[in-house]
Design a protein around this ligand. Sequence first.
Ligand SMILES: C[S@@+](CC[C@H](N)C(=O)[O-])C[C@H]1O[C@@H](n2cnc3c(N)ncnc32)[C@H](O)[C@@H]1O
Length: 272
Amino acid sequence: MEYDSWVPEGVDITVPNASRVYDYALGGMHNFAVDRAFWHQVQALFPDAHLIARANRAYLGRAVRWLVEEQGVDQFLDIGSGIPTLGNVHEVAQRADPRARVVYVDVDPIAVEQSRSLLRDNPKAQVIHGDLRDPDAVVWNDEVISFLDFSRPIAVLMVAVLHFIPDEVAPRALISRIGTALMPGSFLVLSHVGPEVSEQGLQRQETARRLYEKTPTPLVIRDGREFRALIDDSFEVLEPGIVAADRWRPDPEQIADIPPQPNALVAVARRR
Ligand SMILES: C[S@@+](CC[C@H](N)C(=O)[O-])C[C@H]1O[C@@H](n2cnc3c(N)ncnc32)[C@H](O)[C@@H]1O
């Protein structure tokens, strides 16, 4: 077994896991042979797949910075936060406003453990183990309610996680439920894998989707209309609407760095 000193008890390192696969795609170190082999299979289908991960991550950073600098948000609940990597939410937010508070939530024990270790000396950031499929247990978690002030706006991030929530679990209802805990003026920051545009691309994407069935979190691809339908009318989707990640308030330097990824869909919405 590799790196077993940092593996929390009970983690199965013989099955690929979305958080570790994504960590590897972004060049991280908290992944195993099974995750790397899995990602190589995805990359055999989509050689530029790592660029989708990078475009998503760049959007996450721009959205957090925009919320702090332009909207005065200083509280973040990041659900499906992943294994810490470059440009974590607390780093971006606290660079813009040192008072910003962040709670990370993930279902994967390795993501939680690595976040805990990174945040040890940061009194304004916390991590909990939680499952988006049980939103009440996340939002009303003792640590969450003692750390964030729900009488003021909060930005809830669900970035690159909704495509792991199948229709049977009613993702729109989950998001609505979270919304009921939020004050008007709160935000949702979302992203989702969308369909490939060409017929050949769609076939390869179906093969990739079948690969994800071998993980604990199978992938659900939704188009822009289906993604939009996850957001109820208590939220207003802000300009520029549902768009590819690179089109959301682009930063010219990032655009030069990462070519457009049309199926990395994103949206930011505000609670009415
Ligand atoms: C692709 S990573 C995204 C990480 C980060 N949000 C980003 O966009 O850079 C998806 C994360 O969602 C987590 N996840 C999947 N299903 C989840 C659920 N039901 N509740 C909480 N986290 C979940 C995975 O463990 C993984 O860490």
